[in-house]
Design a protein around this ligand. Structure first.
Ligand code: AQP
Length: 345
């Protein structure tokens, strides 16, 4: 894996000396290589540098209730925590928890929703995209970003490490924090987004114009590579990836599908761009795909074997989830107590 290439703007130092990060993933399916590259791998690489809060965003998963099955949501939530640890997050170093185990998120979410003008939420591109895909649009899908602001602000996070599709939500969080501060008194620090420079948005293998996504992966074979896919499924998905009739393997000249494959190869192999361009020059896309299969399999194999160990150890996950909830609540409840005071409750 390459040295972390994150964009960091300046943010205030936390009282403990280390800055704080918060991020999360919705348990709406098995994590894919886009979630891993854009978010999870960055968390793992940086975990020694920060106070880390990583949640499983199960309240957010309810924002499209028609897609929720209670049993599956519960199972997926456990799978996502297990994948966090299997991918390398250390549950002692990072606070890993289910969002729903910390009721202060929803409480602060309400207060921040009250501080968020509707126009700000109407501008969110993720809302517009997801709303356009369905007949009934729940209010929760609309107010999702103000709950996300609460997730971030309740830990007074300095940084939010995410894929770049989430940047607009982090910008909104800054606006909401500023609005709260101007209404009720200077309290929340303004968080900054943290993205990879390469791999902040991995595209669908079957359609390089659309972001690789868990929900699309459920209905479209070959759209995504899931972290729990077998080598043969990975091979099938990558060999079937959309490319073009050309043969161009230079990063700045490649078509979207080929650029997506090159980007995945770059991030997962850790090789430099000039070395990659030299390696693939004039060799055809079949060679690029076969090499990519190899690095993807090499990336997911250790994750899968740790995942198996974790999920087969009785009580391990339950214990970890309970401890994470306790540690997260201790911080979140304190912020909520301050906020209650500030708003007059
Ligand atoms: N394709 C991607 N490339 C890079 N980063 C990505 N992320 C998601 N897709 C990509 C990052 O993964 C984190 C968790 O995302 P999420 O589950 O909270 O929400 P999402 O962005 O809506 O993810 P999906 O996979 O597309 O899920 P569904 O289909 O359920 O909506 C975030 O940091 C995100 O940027």
């Amino acid at each position: 894996m390459t040295v972390m290439e994150a964009e960091q703007k300046s943010a205030p130092q936390s009282v403990t000396g280390k800055k704080t990060v918060l991020s999360g993933i919705q348990p709406t399916g098995i994590l894919h290589i886009g979630n891993y590259v854009g978010a999870l791998s960055m968390w793992v690489q940086n975990q020694h540098l920060y106070n880390n809060f990583y949640m499983i965003a199960n309240l957010h998963a309810l924002s499209i209730p028609e897609a929720v099955n209670a049993k599956e949501l519960r199972e997926n939530s456990r799978r996502v925590v297990a994948l966090y640890v299997a991918a390398g997050l250390d549950p002692d170093e990072s606070v890993l928890f289910l969002q729903s185990d910390v009721p202060a998120h929803a409480y602060l979410g309400w207060i921040l929703t009250c501080c968020t003008p509707m126009g700000w939420l109407e501008r969110m591109t993720q809302f517009k995209t997801k709303a356009a895909q369905r007949e009934t649009v729940g209010t929760g899908l609309f107010t999702y970003p103000s709950l996300q602001a609460a997730d971030i602000l309740i830990y007074k996070a300095d940084y939010v490490p995410v894929g770049d599709d989430q940047n607009q939500h982090v910008e909104l969080t800054r606006d909401v924090a500023q609005r709260f501060n101007s209404l009720f008194g200077e309290y929340f620090p303004l968080p900054s987004v943290m993205n990879r420079k390469t791999g902040a948005r991995i595209m669908g293998l079957d359609d390089p114009t659309a972001k690789m996504s868990k929900s699309l992966a459920e209905t479209r074979k070959g759209h995504a590579i899931n972290l729990l896919d077998s080598p043969s499924v990975i091979k099938k998905s990558i060999m079937g990836a959309v490319t073009d009739a050309g043969g161009e393997t230079r990063f700045d000249e490649a078509s979207p599908g080929v650029l997506n494959l090159l980007t995945l190869y770059e991030v997962l192999s850790g090789e430099s761009r000039p070395a990659i361009e030299e390696k693939f020059a004039g060799k055809g896309y079949g060679f690029l795909k076969r090499e990519l299969v190899e690095v993807v399999v090499k990336t997911v194999e250790p994750i899968q074997s740790r995942y198996k160990e974790i999920t087969e150890t009785p009580g391990y996950l339950d214990n970890m989830i309970a401890k994470g909830a306790e540690r997260a609540r201790a911080v979140a409840d304190k912020t909520l107590a301050d906020v209650r005071e500030l708003v007059g409750m």
